[in-house]
Design a protein around this ligand. Structure first.
Ligand code: GLV
Ligand code: MN
Ligand code: MN
Length: 425
């Protein structure tokens, strides 16, 4: 079988010597899929997406997935954990699986997740157009609740499938309105009593590859459209609660206050300082002040720390330093701080042989590590896994400004199709 070798440089990849540009027939299909997804969960004012798990919007995305599978004659199913699968061939061991997720962070971009799912369907179209009949089954997967935007823990669908999250641990997670994962899944028609490690689903996967928009500017700086992932930094989320005392903003003397906002603010600055020292990243992106009155000193501040670092030692040191700062800053104000680890994802190194295969197919495509979490990182502990990144000209992600040029997206589809052909034939 002839492989098209996308160059890692700006030649835009995948030029067929024996006919028209292979991406040209995929472009209208890409545009159609993108246009169908565009309005789902989009805020007309900001252009950002709110696609949290097990909401009505999520239901529309799941229906879109079924329709995409249906038009291609792929057999569609949801597994016990609510992950959706579309099968080309009979589901079974040794399958080559590709896909990503469709949910988003609040105010998220269009590409983080959906690009991997759309590309997976288009890669199948490309293989069919080339007359390729895979020997192994190929599946497109859409993992449930990757972002963890609603219930706090990321990659719930893949963590459950691989046993990294227990069924009870998942079922009891609550959203901001107190609704549990179990209740939300139930309302969406997915029986929560069946969730948990799914050895049958895992046993079918021969290899998993996730294509994703790059969430940084490395490819833009290298003038390359596609990269191969080497690994993912260890990372996690910690909830810090600063317990103070509510009081009147207009009458309480400064010396008498137990204001939780002050040590919280100092902790945010400490996080930045410590991240610089550790060569890592630390972010407080979500804060809830209680009771939340403009004219009252708060009784509490709940804040979520997202921390990431190149290795486990650096991550542990970073979090320890930030937590120590929180306690230290709280003490003079009579504010005590409680810390709960909500999730941890270990360092990931993607499968060596798969990476070598990708390098052989993609020529001089750069190899990058990332600080962003992915379902492929969760699966990497259980099955051979790999990732491809598509250039993001600004590097902006988790924002309405997230973007990838169509030409690069189509180069990604072709690279993915080549890998599927290489693995499944
Ligand atoms: C997922 O996008 C993450 O890195 O948190
Ligand atoms: Mn994301
Ligand atoms: Mn993602």
């Amino acid at each position: 079988m002839a492989l098209r070798r996308p160059s890692g440089r700006d030649s835009m990849a995948a030029v067929r010597s024996d006919g028209p540009h292979p991406a040209s027939s995929l472009a209208p299909v890409f545009d159609r899929a993108w246009a169908e997804l565009a309005p789902i969960g989009r805020d007309p004012l900001t252009g950002g997406y709110d696609r949290s798990a097990w909401t009505t919007v999520d239901g529309e995305l799941r229906a879109w997935f079924r329709a995409q599978a249906g038009t291609r004659g792929l057999r569609v199913e949801a597994d016990r954990n609510g992950n959706q699968w579309a099968w080309w061939g009979t589901p079974g061991p040794g399958a080559i699986v590709t896909g990503s997720h469709l949910d988003s962070v609040p105010g998220g971009g269009a590409y983080d997740g959906p690009l991997g799912v759309v590309s997976a369907f288009l890669a199948i179209d490309d293989l069919r157009e080339r007359g390729i009949t895979p020997v192994r089954p190929i599946a497109v997967v859409q993992f449930a609740d990757e972002e963890g935007a609603r219930f706090g823990v990321s990659c719930v669908g893949s963590r459950l499938m691989t046993g990294l999250l227990t069924p009870d641990g998942a079922r009891g997670l609550r959203d901001a309105d107190g609704i549990t994962v179990a209740e939300a899944m139930d309302a969406a028609g997915v029986p929560p009593e069946r969730i948990g490690r799914d050895d049958m689903a895992l046993a079918r996967i021969g290899a998993f590859v996730e294509l994703h928009i790059e969430q940084g500017r490395a490819l833009a700086d290298l003038a390359a459209p596609i990269a191969i992932a080497s690994g993912i930094w260890p990372h996690g989320r910690w909830r810090l609660t600063f317990h103070g005392t509510a009081d009147h903003a207009g009458t309480t003397r400064l010396a008498d206050r137990h204001d939780p906002m002050l040590p919280f603010a100092a902790t945010v600055l400490a996080a930045r300082r410590e991240a610089e020292r550790a060569g890592g990243l630390a972010t407080f992106g979500k804060v809830v002040a209680s009771p939340g009155a403009a004219n009252a000193i708060g009784s509490g501040v709940e804040a979520w720390l997202d921390a990431r670092a190149p290795d486990e030692g650096a991550l542990a040191g970073l979090v320890q330093a930030i937590v120590a700062a929180a306690h230290e800053e709280g003490a003079p104000h009579g504010v005590c701080v409680a810390v709960v680890g909500e999730s941890h994802t270990a360092a990931v190194t993607f499968d060596g042989p798969l990476r070598i295969r990708l390098q052989a197919l993609l020529g001089d495509a750069p190899v990058l590590a990332t600080g962003a979490g992915h379902d492929a990182g969760i699966l990497a502990g259980a099955v051979p896994s790999a990732m491809l990144f598509v250039r993001n000209p600004t590097g902006v992600s988790h924002s309405p400004a997230e973007h990838a040029d169509r030409a690069d997206c189509l180069a990604g589809v072709l690279a993915l199709a080549d890998l599927l052909a290489n693995l499944a034939c």
